[in-house]
Design a protein around this ligand. Sequence first.
Ligand code: COA
Length: 175
Amino acid sequence: MCILESKRLNLRPPRPTDIEAMAVWLDDYDVAKNLSRVPYPYSEEHAEEFLAMPPDGRHVFVIERKQGGTFLGLIGLHPDETGYEFGYWLGKPYWGQGFATEAADRLMTYAFESMGLEMVHAGWFVDNPASGHVLAKLGLRHNGSKLRFSRAREADVLCHDMLLTRADFLRKQAA
Ligand SMILES: CC(C)(COP(=O)(O)OP(=O)(O)OC[C@H]1O[C@@H](n2cnc3c(N)ncnc32)[C@H](O)[C@@H]1OP(=O)(O)O)[C@@H](O)C(=O)NCCC(=O)NCCS
């Protein structure tokens, strides 16, 4: 898998040395509760298991700051019943600096230009408006809402699904 570059970030394949940082930042309820599949508490064993999973069509990247090579979080695309879903998270100290938007914008270019996808989607839990805002800024449009299980909360939570089609992506690129 390649390295995707943006202005401040490299999106690169994960490596075993990322396990410690993953466990530090995901063992934070404020991060884990906004993700569907991440357990809480989160340990290094969970990170090891995640990285050892067979790819099964998933494209997972570490979000790394070019300056200093700091591990900021993860972003990835995975196939599901409707196509490809993407998700992302950042360690809490790195929130609010535009990194998620920058990383997801780069991933969208990869999805449409390199993978040749026709559409991607992503979900955000109703009490996580920051993520909804990131997705709207990237041009994704509301595509329905339904309850979705959050492993960290051990509960179903209302989740808004957002969709970006190739046509919308190209329109945004041209604007
Ligand atoms: C969601 C998350 C990835 C956002 O990362 P980030 O780097 O802080 O996001 P950005 O800085 O690129 O953009 C956040 C935007 O949301 C806005 N925002 C922040 N809090 C908000 C709130 N409570 N309501 C609405 N918008 C909000 C910010 O102002 C910013 O928009 P702007 O650039 O127009 O000002 C990060 O908070 C995170 O990792 N959370 C835990 C995991 C998670 O939620 N993952 C996403 C699952 S769908």
